[in-house]
Design a protein around this ligand. Sequence first.
Ligand code: SF4
Length: 492
Amino acid sequence: MLEFAATRELVGVALRITGKCIIPDQRSNADSAAGLIVRPQHRLAQQAATARPGIHVGSLADNHRRILRIFNSGLRHDVAGSERACEKGEGLLWDGHFALYMALYMNNAKTPDLALYIHWPFCISKCPYCDFNSHVRDSVDTKQWQTAMLADMAYEAALLPGRRLDSIFFGGGTPSLMPPALVAALIEAAAEHWGFAPDIEITLEANPSSVEAARFADLAGAGVNRVSLGLQSLDDAALEFLGRAHDVAEGLAALETAQSVFDRISFDLIYALPEQTEANWRAELERALSFGTDHLSLYQLTIEEGTRFASDVRKGVFKPADDDSGADLYALTQEMTNAFGLPAYEISNHAKPGHESRHNLTYWRYGDYVGIGPGAHGRRLNQATQRHTKPENFLSGVARNGHGIREEETLGQTEQVAEALLMGLRLAEGIDLAALEKRFGVAQNEMIDTKAVSHLESLAYLERNSNRLTILPKGMPLLDAILPEIIALAAA
Ligand code: SF4
């Protein structure tokens, strides 16, 4: 019952507990509509249910769509009938976990929206700096992948019913290599499972090659309304160093096509390349800003273990930019993007106000997100999920289990708070400690090391203003060093 009290608080639905029965209090949720869902294994509940319309008997996994139809059709839950059934001992026995699903259905309009991440793991070739889950294959059986991805999505949808999608993000890998019909099928299935917020953001990461640009109109037709282009550089020599398949002319032609097809465009650039000077980054960024996109992702080149660049550096093939030069280029980046009206809202992401990536904000604000496809991570209520990374293992996992999950872990409250801090402090808006305290029931002074916070505040690296903790611009480049100092809890 204690667990149930937490559930009630989480979803904000009034529920009454009568003896063995937990009844959604329709009188306090007069605008909610729901069919009754009862566990099929309760024989008495089944008997009670078949005798009355509006009561659906079935497990969520097996009957998810049917339940949704009942819910969407506006059938009202018969409170008085349930009470009578309970009093007569006719079942309707709901455990806390199951009641949560019911509460989420009832609270459809009040529960926070969800984000959906779909990972397409294939690339034409492997870039030497890349440590993403990307794989090169001679051929890809699209039909087999469509079946597997749809099954993986349906599995998650059954566990997160009654939520609405606010964003979808196709990442990779190179999702612009996906046939538009596959993208359309996934978007349609997502709409059927969850329903969409009216202004849903649907982003697809694209490589700026002419072949992929030729598909942009079809991708827009499939429902994609925002594209994130992996331009990476506006310098041919740098593109060659980065092992990219496109040159500047091809990249800019793809950008032009994207601008004619999509309303919202972002592109990525990588800076702090070996021997890159302030003057040439200034010129490159100035040119990038002149294209007028509403969003830019600007990353410093980092040498990740296990990549070809890491072994090149070990062998002395090249020397990465040193920290001082990286810090200077970072400062220049902030100065120029601020002056242009594209300030950083996250350490590496810049947008005109109102044009931030809603999908990524869900991660950083620690909202729920579903992750499907190879290697995808997800946060489903308090569950952390991770899919098999190798494409073949993902496919066999789905064939075997109906989903591609490799690991699933229940996160404790302190782990969730630590994660929420790690994510939220990347944002220029900082984090509302009081909201976090209310959400997880962990006192502010247990979340953060107040001594370390005061010390870093005196150095102007961060600011604690009433309940809000914000990393200041001076502290942002040192974020990785600051976070372990101030977060007093261990993340998962
Ligand atoms: S295209 Fe992107 S995901 Fe693929 S290898 Fe290159 S950087 Fe990695």
